[in-house]
Design a protein around this ligand. Sequence first.
Ligand SMILES: NC(=O)c1ccc[n+]([C@@H]2O[C@H](COP(=O)([O-])OP(=O)(O)OC[C@H]3O[C@@H](n4cnc5c(N)ncnc54)[C@H](OP(=O)(O)O)[C@@H]3O)[C@@H](O)[C@H]2O)c1
Length: 347
Amino acid sequence: MFMHNEQTRRDFLKTTAAGLAAGSVIGMAGTASGRNLGTGYMGLERRRLGKTGMDVTVLGFGGAEVGYGQTAQERVDQLLNSALDQGLDAVDTAECYRDSEVLVGNAIGHRRDDYYLFTKVGHWAPDGVDGWSAEGVTASIDRSLGRLKTDYVDLVHLHSCNIDILKKGEVIEALEKARDAGKTRFIGYSGDSHAARYAIETKKFDTLMTSISVFDQEAIDLTLPLCRELDMGVIVKRGIGNAVWRYDELPSSGYHHEYWHRMRKLEYDFMGKDNLDNEGPDGPAGTALRFVLAMDGVHTNIVGTTNPARFAQNAELLSAGPLEPEKVEAIRKRWKEVAEEGWVGQI
Ligand SMILES: NC(=O)c1ccc[n+]([C@@H]2O[C@H](COP(=O)([O-])OP(=O)(O)OC[C@H]3O[C@@H](n4cnc5c(N)ncnc54)[C@H](OP(=O)(O)O)[C@@H]3O)[C@@H](O)[C@H]2O)c1
């Protein structure tokens, strides 16, 4: 079982002179002093994930798409192994993304020291057990470890529970016990809007996973400043806004509807017809990804994909760096002009 103070081979490589010497193999190691901890392959910046001290690449992998898309194991093998070889080091999945944990475990469980691994709890429990109970949380973590072929994960997030569940405290205590038992190194809350704000205020969590994108900006004022104050790690989900500019018509998946409607009202210049085919850093994908990384306090964006070529493509876009301040300002201004009262953070 993982011990809290134990340095894994990966941490050792990233934080010691030996790691610096090995930089050409795994990417440059970070330094403790600044926000930009050096770059990995493809020029990807690393940021320290708040008080966890994990130096993560600013582009991570989101495991929902491969699970819900029932992507073939061979494709996930190729996708994740090539991304790890190219410098990816943050992999997120969850108990309820169908077989996502199994796909991840099969694909990269054998090279566990090469990446930080995050999962979630709350939506699965054995028959007859409430997922939002101490027993459910404990059983779910144990199942995740088996599915992920590991004896510890780096982070377990509560999977977007409401304030009432947080107030009961039972699931938070169960997470703390899992941390004490070495099953997870850190604990976090994944969610949005006022529930996320409440979770942060409990001061029990090391990290927040939350939606931030050009289509979803509530968190920038509601939760990010407090996360910065408390030195919490911030992992952005849905950060490319599900790339809804790909759809001329209302997408078939209801999951994409809210952002698609917002996009049509926001009418950002960089998503205008003449720029839609721009695959460079100023095109829709490049601007959206770089916007997220320009937010002070954001450490990584776990982008979902089923495409083995995506990691390299998005890493290349991010090598242009965070979006320029005047462009960020224009996007923020437009949001403030157009956003309706109900445009809250989307789970
Ligand atoms: N409540 C929660 O805790 C919660 C909720 C939602 C998500 N999450 C986590 O966050 C992760 C990310 O969220 P998400 O997957 O919903 O949203 P996302 O990362 O905003 O969007 C993923 C979509 O963007 C497309 N995409 C990626 N790069 C692109 C590019 N350069 N150009 C065009 N399209 C591109 C992908 O298509 P391709 O397959 O073609 O690359 C995929 O369909 C999830 O996988 C999951 O791990 C957590």
